[in-house]
Unconditional design. Structure first.
Ligand code: ATP
Ligand code: MG
Length: 223
């Protein structure tokens, strides 16, 4: 099973992709996480990508497409994958198409996650992450037991620089200008499923489950 989780920043793609990848035993490929690892490790790509990420802009395609293509072609993605945060524009979508075509593979479904701007801003601005183990918290929805301290390892929590209010606005603008158009691109291919993410985690999970079910029913119909 090969899926794309598409949607604006903060809509909850990453949280849901993490969960479904475990349940379905497929790989979770988050382009944002791959880039943040490169930034922390101060690799050549990481050093170049840092300023774009912190300012809420897309990194240039050449910094990300090869990393993602290598992942897709790796043994760990043999059983399938969820792409989270990639593709982010039309040229990335075309690179993805040709990478998959060369390998004789294709995307089964694109889940398009939607939520109101108000919900998105509340989700992103409350997000806090553990400095040491990377666990995620939210000031309102899943606050730690002790303020600013990770329940799992006791380390301090931090806020991503690109989660600051001014930068969230830039990210939403970039999404509208460059990424939203992919909804149309995948809709025309007939593989788009819309997932409403305005509700709580449980409702969102149910909506995804319905999407996955419609997928297996679709396959049965074709047999
Ligand atoms: P969230 O993690 O809050 O859902 P997001 O999806 O915008 O939001 P990430 O996917 O983690 O966040 O991406 C963070 C940043 O990494 C982006 O703003 C961008 O700078 C860079 N980035 C991630 N994926 C890509 C990509 N496919 N192309 C270009 N830049 C990317
Ligand atoms: Mg994300």
């Amino acid at each position: 099973m090969r899926l794309i989780f598409h949607g604006p920043p903060g809509v909850g793609k990453g949280t849901q992709a993490g969960r479904i990848s475990l349940e379905e035993n497929i790989n979770h490929i988050s382009s944002g996480d791959l880039l943040r690892v490169a930034v922390d490790a101060k690799t050549e790509i990481g050093l170049k990508a840092k300023k774009y990420i912190e300012n809420g802009l897309l990194v240039p395609d050449e910094l990300i497409v090869n990393i993602v293509a290598d992942k897709i072609n790796s043994a760990e993605c043999e059983k399938g994958f969820i792409l989270d945060g990639f593709p982010r524009n039309l040229s990335q979508a075309r690179v993805l198409d040709s990478t998959l075509e060369k390998a004789g593979k294709k995307i089964d479904r694109v889940f398009s996650f939607t939520a109101s701007e108000e919900v998105i801003i509340t989700r992103i601005s409350g997000r806090r992450i553990c400095k040491s183990c990377g666990a995620h918290y939210h000031e309102i929805f899943s606050s730690p037991l002790k303020e600013n301290t990770c329940d799992k390892c006791g380390s301090e929590l931090f806020q991503r620089k690109d989660d600051y209010p001014e930068t969230i606005k830039v990210r939403l603008k970039v999404y509208k200008e460059q990424t939203e158009t992919l909804i149309d691109y995948y809709n025309k291919k007939g593989i788009l499923v819309e997932i409403n993410c305005n509700g709580d985690k449980k409702e969102i999970q149910e909506n995804i489950l319905a999407g996955l079910q419609s997928m297996s029913e679709g396959k049965r119909d074709m047999e």
